[in-house]
Design a protein. Structure first.
Length: 262
C-alpha cells in the first residue's frame, strides 16, 4: 500500500460528511445507537452475574461472549453506515444482512480483538507495576502499542465490510480474509499516524461527551461513531486509489445557453 501523493479526502471533510449523514438519517442513527446500548447492557449484566461466581474461567467465557455480542451489533452499525455512505438504500434490515453475510467473520474478529487486547493490557499492567525503571519504561512502550492496536480496531470492521461488499470484494488472493483485514488496519494506522490519532481522539472525545450527557450513549454514540469510522476509512482508501469515485459531472456555464442580444 503506497503512501498517497495527493489526498483528495481530508480528515475534516470526512467528518463533515459523517455529521451530515447522521443528521439526514437521524432515525437510523438513533435506532442503531439504541441497539448497541441494549447489547452493552446485556453484556454488562451477564459479566456482573459471572463475577459473582468468582471463577476465572466462567468470567472469561462470559466476557468473550459479551465481546462477541457487542461485535455483532457493532458490525450491524458499521454495515448500516456503509450503506448510508454509499447511498445504497439503508434500513434497519442492514443488521440482518450483515449478520447473515458476516456473522461468522465478525465472531472470529471479535474473539481475536478481545484476546489481543487482554494480552497487551495484562502486559502493560504487569510491567508498569514493576519496581525496576527499565520494566516501567518497557510498560510505557507496550502502552503505546495498545493505543495503536485500539486505533487499528476502529478500521477493522469497515475494512471487513469493504472485503465482502466493497472495494476488495473482487480481490483474488490466497491470504485469509482475517490476515488481510488485520494487516491493512495496521498499515492504515501506522502509515497515517496524524489521521489515525485524530480519529482515535475524536471517537474518545465523543464517547466521553455521550457518557457525561447520560442519554447521549443511547441516542447517538454508536450510530455516529460507525458513520465516522466508515467515512474515515473510506477517505484513506480513496486517497490510496483503492476506491475510485465516479467523475463529477461537468458544469456548463449559463452563458452557453443565453440567446445573443439583438
Amino acid at each position: 500500500m503506497e503512501k498517497p501523493s495527493s489526498p483528495t479526502i481530508t480528515f475534516f471533510r470526512a467528518l463533515r460528511s459523517a455529521t451530515g449523514d447522521a443528521y439526514d438519517r437521524l432515525g437510523l442513527t438513533l435506532a442503531s445507537s439504541l441497539l448497541w446500548l441494549i447489547a452493552l447492557l446485556v453484556a454488562s449484566v451477564a459479566i456482573n452475574f459471572a463475577a459473582v461466581t468468582k471463577q476465572v474461567i466462567v468470567v472469561l467465557a462470559v466476557f468473550f461472549a459479551g465481546s462477541v455480542l457487542l461485535g455483532e451489533v457493532w458490525m450491524g452499525c458499521v454495515y448500516l453506515a456503509y450503506r448510508v455512505a454509499t447511498r445504497d438504500d439503508p434500513s434497519l434490515l442492514c443488521f440482518v444482512e450483515a449478520w447473515r453475510a458476516l456473522g461468522w467473520k465478525t465472531l472470529w474478529m471479535a474473539v481475536i480483538q478481545t484476546f489481543v487486547t487482554l494480552v497487551i493490557t495484562a502486559n502493560v499492567a504487569l510491567y508498569l507495576q514493576s519496581n525496576l525503571l527499565f520494566m516501567r519504561v518497557f510498560g510505557v512502550v507496550i502502552l503505546y502499542i495498545l493505543l495503536l492496536w485500539i486505533t487499528a480496531m476502529l478500521y477493522q470492521y469497515p475494512l471487513l465490510v469493504e472485503h465482502v461488499f466493497g472495494a476488495y470484494a473482487a480481490e483474488q488472493t490466497k491470504t485469509s480474509w482475517l490476515r488481510r483485514v488485520l494487516r491493512r488496519s495496521l498499515l492504515l494506522t501506522i502509515g497515517n499516524l496524524p489521521f489515525s490519532a485524530g480519529m482515535f481522539a475524536m471517537i474518545a472525545a465523543w464517547a466521553i461527551f455521550c457518557v457525561l450527557s447520560v442519554i447521549g450513549v443511547a441516542l447517538m454514540f454508536a450510530g455516529f461513531a460507525a458513520l465516522a469510522t466508515v467515512y474515515w476509512t473510506r477517505a484513506l482508501l480513496i486517497n490510496y486509489g483503492v476506491i475510485v469515485l465516479p467523475p463529477e459531472p461537468e458544469v456548463i456555464p449559463d452563458e452557453q445557453f443565453r440567446l445573443p442580444d439583438e
